[in-house]
Design a protein around this ligand. Structure first.
Ligand code: NAD
Length: 353
């Protein structure tokens, strides 16, 4: 298996995946990406001069462009990551989430199925359609328990509802049309090239600027954190060795409250870039109105992918956060350029409630 299409390959996770497929595995990889505000060609610069890498700027809702690109490239697998992804934006304006995450996934499934039907038998049995989804489709947990691959769907935000809808469509294409699909549902990712509207890069950016560090509610919401490069390796394992029709949950077994994450960042900033006044960055933390419908806790049981596919994360939370903060400190130009691309660090997602 050597030829892979990655939709959303200019995004945070997509670009980590493409760097892994091209740089580590030597796979011919074609990115389809619309380059929305979240797309970033700089994140693909490490592989952009490789003869294994190609890029097509297209909207996944553009059936003709998607079909032509698939027919031209003749992939062995399509890994589908293109999506609108920011929960707060989905509260302010759900339309793009419905369009890209649901209609776009439908367009891609139709194009993939038509291509797959035209393949020779050996190529048909090799082909995989891999949908990259989120643990947020399962809703919120209380203080105990974990999500597993048979957890009921219970999405709460327009973002998670649109991802749940696309998971259901992908599963329908398996049962109704036999398309060999795989679904992965992953917990929260962190790492390099993360658009600075998301918690970790936003806090680093604001911490360095001496601004307030706004934590939603009382900071007690819990997320399970995974380094994006561990997610990319997990995705490649599932695409290569996963069983069609199956779902795999991916998580770092690193549950942290949002407040603990921000305090860890402050400790690392205090050590590496101490404030001129000698005080801790923790003094910049403030508590702001909670996100409407903020899910209390997510935690993932990733034992299936560990047991069946032998995947293990390489970073634990401490080493991953340390590497991440170091990357942002060494790539201040990238962070400033992303900030200049339109987002000024303002609070999103309060248009209701
Ligand atoms: P991202 O927002 O960083 O990147 C999304 C990419 O998709 C961008 O490059 C954007 O230009 C592209 N895109 C958006 N709409 C498009 C369209 N209509 N046509 C073509 N391209 C389009 O997202 P991410 O954080 O890298 O997430 C990637 C996938 O992983 C998403 O499907 C998301 O739901 C899922 N996921 C993310 C996380 C996380 O913690 N970030 C966790 C689990 C699952």
């Amino acid at each position: 298996m050597t030829r892979v299409i990655v939709t959303g390959g200019a995004g945070f996770i997509g670009s980590a995946l493409v760097r892994h497929l091209v740089g580590d595995l030597g796979f011919e990889t074609l990115v389809i990406d619309k380059l929305t505000y979240a797309g970033d060609l700089a994140a693909l610069a490490p592989v952009s001069s490789s003869p294994l890498y190609r890029f097509v700027q297209a909207d996944i809702c553009d059936s003709a462009a998607v079909r032509a690109t698939i027919a031209d490239f003749q992939p062995d697998a399509i890994m589908h990551l293109a999506a609108e992804t920011h929960v707060d934006r989905s509260i302010d304006g759900p339309a793009d989430f419905i369009r890209t995450n649901i209609l776009g996934s439908f367009c891609l499934l139709e194009a993939a199925e038509a291509y797959w039907r035209g393949l020779s038998e050996p190529a048909r049995s090799r082909f995989r359609f891999h949908h990259v989804s989120t643990d947020e489709v399962f809703g919120a947990l209380g203080d105990t328990g974990t999500f597993h691959d048979h957890s009921p769907y219970d999405p709460r935000s327009p973002y998670s509802a649109s991802k749940a809808a696309s998971d259901h469509l992908v599963r329908a294409w398996y049962h109704s049309f036999n398309l060999p699909v795989l679904i992965t549902n992953c917990s929260n990712n962190y790492g390099p090239y993360h658009f600075p509207e998301k918690l970790i890069p936003l806090m680093i950016l604001r911490g360095l600027a001496g601004d307030d560090l706004p934590v939603y509610g009382d900071g007690s919401n819990v997320r399970d954190w995974l380094h994006v490069e561990d997610h990319a390796r997990a995705l490649a394992q599932v695409m290569l060795r996963g069983v069609p029709g199956e779902s795999y949950l991916i998580g770092g077994n690193a549950e942290k409250t949002n407040l603990a994450v921000v305090e860890t960042l402050c400790d690392l900033l205090d050590r590496d870039v101490p404030r001129k006044d000698g005080r801790s960055h923790k003094e910049q933390i403030c508590f702001v109105a909670d996100r409407p419908g903020h899910d209390y806790r997510y935690a993932v049981d990733a034992s299936k992918i560990r047991r069946e596919l032998g995947w293990e994360p390489r970073h634990d939370f401490a080493s991953g956060m340390e590497a991440t903060v170091r990357w942002y400190l060494e790539n201040g130009d990238w962070l400033e350029a992303r900030k200049a691309s339109g987002y000024r660090g303002e609070r999103l997602g309060l248009s209701v409630g």
